[in-house]
Design a protein around this ligand. Structure first.
Ligand code: SAM
Length: 279
């Protein structure tokens, strides 16, 4: 599908609506429409999907999502200064863009979309991890979304896709990979954004699996993982002390070695541990 629309270039949009970037809102805009179209394509086929976008800003990615064929885009933007620019996009794609002037952290987003749903966003860095954790921990599984295509700081992206044995491996990797396929789809240098942030960025693509890879109670697993990585240098038997009576026996029952460190334990091991702690 064509990525060309009849709307003005984004630099012009920013000048017309005086959208000087606000650091407190994590505003680092993407002004290259070829790049925003490429990010939209990373989300796969959008035809027939409702797409949730958090933080559309001046609407570069929004335009990409609509041009790539999203059935409907629901864009949640906290900064009211962006609304006129987004209204212009809504007028160019009648009936396909709904803009909500709201804080994404305070919104019941699912109430505004009809499945099937994909979530695509160049997230504000200050709330990106919080939103990801919420999307990864709904009350039931599979979640209401089929995939997440999200821009993060490179360091956060590395933590999401990290494998056991690496420094980046921890809570985010386990939460993400327990029930999703997760990969880095694209990396971007600071100059890709206006203004340029200090750090490199990456687009992570997560696809929800129909069921968790290994059985475990979500709340127990989260508790075990949080405690194990709270002092990641400690051996499991010390790090998990106080989590349950006879913790060393439970570690062994889970097929793990009490002298292992959290960093070495694969997701399967943490799930076994969660079952042993719950049992
Ligand atoms: N999507 C645009 C792009 O790629 O150029 C802008 C991305 S910018 C990194 C993040 C956007 O999120 C900004 O427009 C900012 O105003 C918005 N934002 C920040 N905090 C938000 C929140 N809590 N809820 C909704 N939008 C938020």
């Amino acid at each position: 599908m064509s990525t060309i629309d009849s709307l003005p270039p984004l630099r012009e949009v920013i000048a017309t609506h005086d959208l000087s970037a606000k650091k407190a809102l994590g505003q680092n805009f993407l002004l290259d429409l070829n790049l925003t179209a490429k990010i939209a394509r990373t989300a796969g086929d959008l035809t027939g999907f409702d797409v949730l976008e958090v933080g559309p800003g001046p609407g570069g990615l929004t335009r990409g999502l609509l041009a790539e064929g999203a059935r409907r885009v629901v864009a949640v933007e906290k900064d009211a200064r962006c609304l006129p620019a987004l209204a212009q996009i809504a007028a160019a794609y009648p009936g396909r863009l709904e803009v909500l002037n709201a804080d994404a952290l305070a919104l019941d987003w699912a109430a505004h979309l009809t499945p099937p749903i994909k979530i695509v966003a160049n997230l504000p860095y200050n709330v990106g991890t919080e939103l990801l954790v919420r999307w990864l921990t709904p009350s039931g599984w599979p979640p209401q979304w089929q995939s997440l295509t999200l821009m993060f700081q490179r360091e956060v992206a590395d933590r999401i896709v990290a494998r056991p044995g690496s420094k980046a491996y921890g809570r985010l990797a386990i939460l993400a990979q327990w029930r999703c396929e997760a990969r880095i789809a694209m990396t971007l240098p600071p100059e890709a954004f206006t203004p340029a942030p200090k750090v490199h960025s990456a687009v992570v693509h997560l696809t929800a699996l129909p069921a968790p890879r290994f059985p475990a109670d979500q709340a127990v697993l989260e508790r075990v993982v949080a405690k194990a990585f709270n002092q990641r240098r400690k051996m499991l038997r010390a790090a998990l002390k106080g989590l349950a009576p006879d913790i060393e026996d439970r570690i062994v029952a889970a097929g793990l070695t009490p002298t292992d460190r959290a960093e070495q334990v694969p997701i399967e091991g943490f799930c076994a541990l969660a079952r042993a702690v719950a049992g």
